[in-house]
Design a protein around this ligand. Sequence first.
Ligand SMILES: [Zn+2]
Length: 294
Amino acid sequence: MNKKMTSKVIRTIVIQAVLVIVTITVVGGAVITHQKYKSTPDPDSTTSSVQDSTSQSTEVTDTQSTSSSTSQQPTQSDEEEASSTEPTYDSNKYPYGYAGFMPEITDTSVDISKILVNGKYSLPENYKPTLAEAVKGSGVMLDYRVAPYYQAMYDAAKADGITLTPVSGYRSYQRQTNNFENRIKENMNAGLDRKEATIKAATVIMVPGSSEHNAGLAMDICSLSESFENTKEFEWLNENAANYGFILRYPKDAESREITGVVYEPWHYRYVGIETAKDIKAKGVTLEEYLGKA
Ligand SMILES: [Zn+2]
């Protein structure tokens, strides 16, 4: 009897123990599964994997972006120091937010004439237009939708004895970043802190993503000097550029400069399409005003 009782008790204990183990396993397993599930949409890993897949054009680009992100590390410590007084912002979204540069991402899916790129509307970092040579043999590139119009304008000018040398067309976001970072470093070497150095750099070099050259939509023609306005090439452009879809993007008058945020650049022409270019010229407005985003 005692032995039977004992074995019954043991069996009960064993069954209960098994139940407890099963329960722990099932519940524990569920918790682990849940944690695994929760950890999947990690914003950091998502972001980095997106960046990896988009920056695959050349290995050089990858190396450069790595080195530039390393060089930006002092920025983050500056941000932390300043965070008590400065408004908060997402430093991934706004790499130069610490200096007040927090542009909206511009819509690049719209018609080419309506793509607005400036200090307030910036290109996404991974924006890479399909390119074509602006003038055969020049090696200077533009968006493939723009290049044929530049070639046509170049040929027409040539027939009039005018050479519209393409000086600077498409410039990659990465190259813009390198130029900008180098300028910041120069300013810092001259004694400015990073924020001051960045603000000063932006008066000379457009913040990465905010230059029309990063979109392949603009060409610097012949010269980078204001005296270009006194040349026969400038005169020809003034008369004919709109017929090929190009506008003088940064006019001389103070009101326009205020609106575009850029000084007078008689050499910088932006493609907006023939109809829009003629319309903008006739109305004497900036692209910002024309698009209702002044
Ligand atoms: Zn330019």
